[in-house]
Structures are given as structure tokens and as C-alpha cells.
Design a binder for this molecule. Structure first.
Ligand SMILES: [Ca+2]
Ligand SMILES: [Ca+2]
Length: 173
């Protein structure tokens, strides 16, 4: 999906930048994002996004980086909608299973249940938009780390304790 015109992005940026500092901080981003309920957007997902798009390492997002962030959020919204097949505004176990299969993960039903339980912040056996993003980022990060060791790609690795710790500790999660 292409970026919208710069003027449009600027108008969104200005409305998100509530204190008119010229940068978007984590609080401003959290307030601008919606998970489809009245509950605040998952702060952990906000933190992950800030880390991804704050390329100047200021702890804030400049307008230059805002376009990439806008596209990221919009792509996730479209992705979430396409997997929320019954339009309930959340992802249930079956929808999660289809999403993960579409992403190319081979994941057992048990693990899908575990994922839902871990990221279901409200105890409804479903996952909201913000928690869905967090779950997918985590899964992607862990899978990439695993695959770096799984050189023959058979889904099995043998790893020394030291390597395991350094693998886990080096993850940006
Ligand atoms: Ca600001
Ligand atoms: Ca649904």
C-alpha cells in the first residue's frame, strides 16, 4: 500500500502531536491509537512501535519517520480486519489459527491456545487489535532467532546454554 499525500500525513501528525512539540512521544501515540474498545491501547505494543520507528533514537517520532509508522499501523489494521472474519472486532482461536497459517507458521492448536491466553488481556478468549500486533511481533522475533540456529530448517535446534542465553538476551522484545 502506498503512502498518502504528504499534506494528509502532516494533518494526521499535527493532530497526534498534542503538545505541539514537533515530535510524537509514546503517550501521544498511545492516545491516537484505538483497539476498538474504550480500553487504552496496549502500552507494550506502543513501546515496540516506538522502538521500530524512532530511527533518531530520541524516544520520539519525527515527521520524517511518521510516514513509515502510519503505513505500519494501517497495514496492521487491514491485516487484522481481514483475519477478523466475523467482524467481531477481535480475533478468536480459529481466526488466530488461520492468521498464523497465512503468515507461514506451523503451529499446533495447543500453541494457538497458549498464545491466546498470553495475549488476551481481558480474559475473553479473544485478542484485540493491539494485542494481536504484540503477539505477531513476538512470534516473528522468536521465530527469526530460532531459524538463525536451525540451519537445515527442520524445526529442531541443539543449543548450548550460553548460546541460548545470548540468543534470548539479544532479542529486541
Ligand atoms: Ca509531542
Ligand atoms: Ca472475530
Amino acid at each position: 500500500m502506498a503512502l498518502p499525500p504528504r499534506e494528509y500525513l502532516w494533518s494526521v501528525f499535527v493532530s497526534v502531536d498534542r503538545d505541539k512539540s514537533g515530535y510524537i512521544n509514546a503517550n501521544e501515540l498511545q492516545q491516537a491509537l484505538s483497539n476498538g474498545t474504550w480500553n487504552p491501547f496496549n502500552p507494550e505494543t506502543v513501546r515496540l512501535m516506538m522502538g521500530m520507528f524512532d530511527r533518531e533514537n530520541r524516544g520520539q517520532i519525527s515527521f520524517e519517520d511518521f510516514g513509515a509508522l502510519w503505513k505500519y499501523v494501517t497495514d496492521w489494521q487491514n491485516c487484522f480486519r481481514s483475519f477478523d472474519r466475523d467482524n467481531s472486532g477481535n480475533i478468536d482461536k480459529n481466526e488466530m489459527k488461520h492468521a498464523l497459517m497465512a503468515f507461514g507458521y506451523k503451529i499446533s492448536d495447543n500453541l494457538v491456545n497458549t498464545l491466546i491466553q498470553k495475549f488476551d488481556r481481558f480474559g475473553n478468549q479473544t485478542i484485540l487489535f493491539d494485542d494481536f500486533i504484540q503477539a505477531c511481533i513476538l512470534l516473528h522475533t522468536l521465530t527469526s532467532a530460532f531459524r538463525a540456529y536451525d540451519q537445515d530448517q527442520d524445526g529442531i535446534i541443539t543449543i548450548h546454554y550460553d548460546d541460548f542465553l545470548s540468543m534470548v538476551l539479544s532479542l529486541k522484545i
